[in-house]
Design a protein around this ligand. Sequence first.
Ligand code: UDP
Length: 237
Amino acid sequence: MKAALLYEGKAKKVYQSSEDEHQLVLSYKNDATAFNGEKKSQFEGKGRLNNEISSLIFQRLHEAGISTHFIKRLDSTQQIVQKTSIIPLEVVIRNLATGSITKRLGIKEKVSFTPPLLELFYKDDALGDPLINDEHALLLTDITETELAEIKDKAKEVNAALQEIFQSIGIKLVDFKLEFGRNKDGEILLSDEVSPDTCRLWDIETNEKLDKDVFRQGTGDLITVYQEILNRLEVHV
Ligand code: UDP
């Protein structure tokens, strides 16, 4: 199924598919990193959980009419996706204030954003993924103004669909990060992953954190909370 390793990131390995030149195999790793790679650890089972969670979520997004790179889950830790060239932007949507925005702008924890707040970061590890504005995004990437508007609209649609999915399993979607890529036909597709590594997910009743913050802050067991997300998705989605 897989041929050459094309790229190894912090959480996934990306292989060329041996069956189709326009497809990739994403292989989810057990590594967890935080604070731009400063904190690192390994968790047996994390790759499987994120592969299964992200696969279920992409299927649901597809059903909601949102075009993504996802084709199918291959096995417990791998999935097949359309090959896209990733646009080096991290698109963050926030429904509630927490994390970097509270420190950067002094906004109080849990203030709710209506409409949801969209932020752009430049995907560059060496620069520490800085916050950028639209003009920077146009300067630093090859996207057009129309494509930037399209990316923002899609991110907001994804937010609405994800809020509904998580609400149905008793979870508040606090914030999340998306990446987009261009496929062989020039279409812009939601790419990368949607998982507890890239979303903040709080239990609606208890406010318990069910995402990577338990690792970032050392407040809980990553595998237990990721398994909880998968269990709820499997039962209700
Ligand atoms: N996020 C991510 N990858 C990054 C940075 C952020 O997936 O490199 C996600 C993070 O999990 C959260 C949202 O984007 O759901 C907003 O993160 P924030 O800017 O608050 O950064 P943090 O406080 O994690 O540094």
